[in-house]
Design a protein around this ligand. Structure first.
Ligand SMILES: O=C(O)CCC(=O)C(=O)O
Ligand SMILES: [Fe+2]
Length: 281
């Protein structure tokens, strides 16, 4: 006999997910409350897919959990667990939020230093082997940290999970990019293009990307804004500041086209955190 999944249970699950609880934690609480795993899994799977079922009325579209800060009451500051973050600028469609003081200067410097070592090594390897094909759309150099790789990375990931109310385990590892003068990242979407043949394989690791946080670690002297051509927004790459945006479906209609404008002088460093629909493994 399968237990019925009531609309109340469903909305409770949605709110718990939105509050940042992991699917694993919810499954455990449901088991403790006497739910059969099959019933929990069915409810969670339906919510993750954002669809209804015969026993489960479909949720209104806006109820699908998405990452994002709690802007109720138009706060000027947000509690990110271990840090008070400034709300500098918001856009509703697409959802864009610019945060000030998300990272301390010494955190930015330490991330750059740790990434620089790895970047230097990977550049050497590439020169020796002939390297990967040059991507003309992105002329920056990049590396990835493992999730929770060191104390600093773990602390920043925890802060982001708190601020954006999205489980830490749904995030990809932090990516660090360095833009030398002249380097840029042409406008693109961060979601995986459903029309690309490789996309189904990529999606097995945690579903689509649904949100992006670009954190500025080192500011160039000129240039290097993060630009959103569809909405005429340019975010200055100020150290410690970050821009967040989300996209509830992999579609240009989300107006999340964005890029890194060419750096005109100096060096720009950013760290990007991409958020997936589900646990990223
Ligand atoms: O460097 C920037 O301003 C944008 C970076 C970006 O779009 C990305 O990492 O996906
Ligand atoms: Fe991007």
């Amino acid at each position: 006999m399968t237990q019925p999944v009531t609309p109340e249970l469903r909305s409770w699950l949605v709110s718990q997910l939105a509050a940042g609880h992991s699917v694993a934690a919810l499954r455990q609480s449901m088991r403790a409350a006497g739910w059969q795993d099959a019933a929990s899994d069915a409810a969670l799977a339906d919510i993750e897919r954002g669809v209804g079922s015969p026993t489960l009325p479909a949720l209104p579209k806006q109820a699908r959990p998405m990452p994002g800060p709690d802007l109720d009451g138009a706060p000027l500051y947000l509690d990110a667990g271990d840090r008070r973050v400034h709300v500098l600028h918001t856009v509703t469609h697409p959802r864009v939020v610019v945060f000030g003081d998300l990272l301390a200067d010494d955190e930015c410097e330490a991330l750059v230093a740790a990434a620089a070592k790895r970047l230097a090594r990977s550049l050497t390897v590439e020169t020796q082997t002939g390297g990967e094909t040059l991507n003309v759309d992105r002329t920056s150099d990049g590396m990835f940290f493992e999730r929770g790789e060191n104390e600093l990375v773990a602390r920043i990931e925890q802060r982001i999970a708190h601020l954006l109310r999205w489980p830490l385990t749904f995030g990809e590892g932090l990516q660090v990019l360095r833009y030398a003068p002249g380097a840029q990242y042409r406008p693109h979407y961060d979601y995986f293009d459903p029309a690309e043949p490789g996309t189904p394989t990529i999606l097995r690791r945690g579903g689509q990307r649904v949100g992006t946080l670009v954190m500025y670690l080192q500011e160039p002297e000129r240039g290097g804004a993060t630009v959103f051509p569809d909405i005429g927004l340019e975010v200055a790459p100020k150290r410690g500041t970050a821009v967040f945006f989300s996209y509830e479906r992999p579609d240009p209609g989300t107006r999340t086209l964005h890029g890194g404008a060419p750096v005109l002088a100096g060096e720009k460093w950013v760290a990007t955190k991409w958020l997936r629909e589900r646990e990223f493994t």
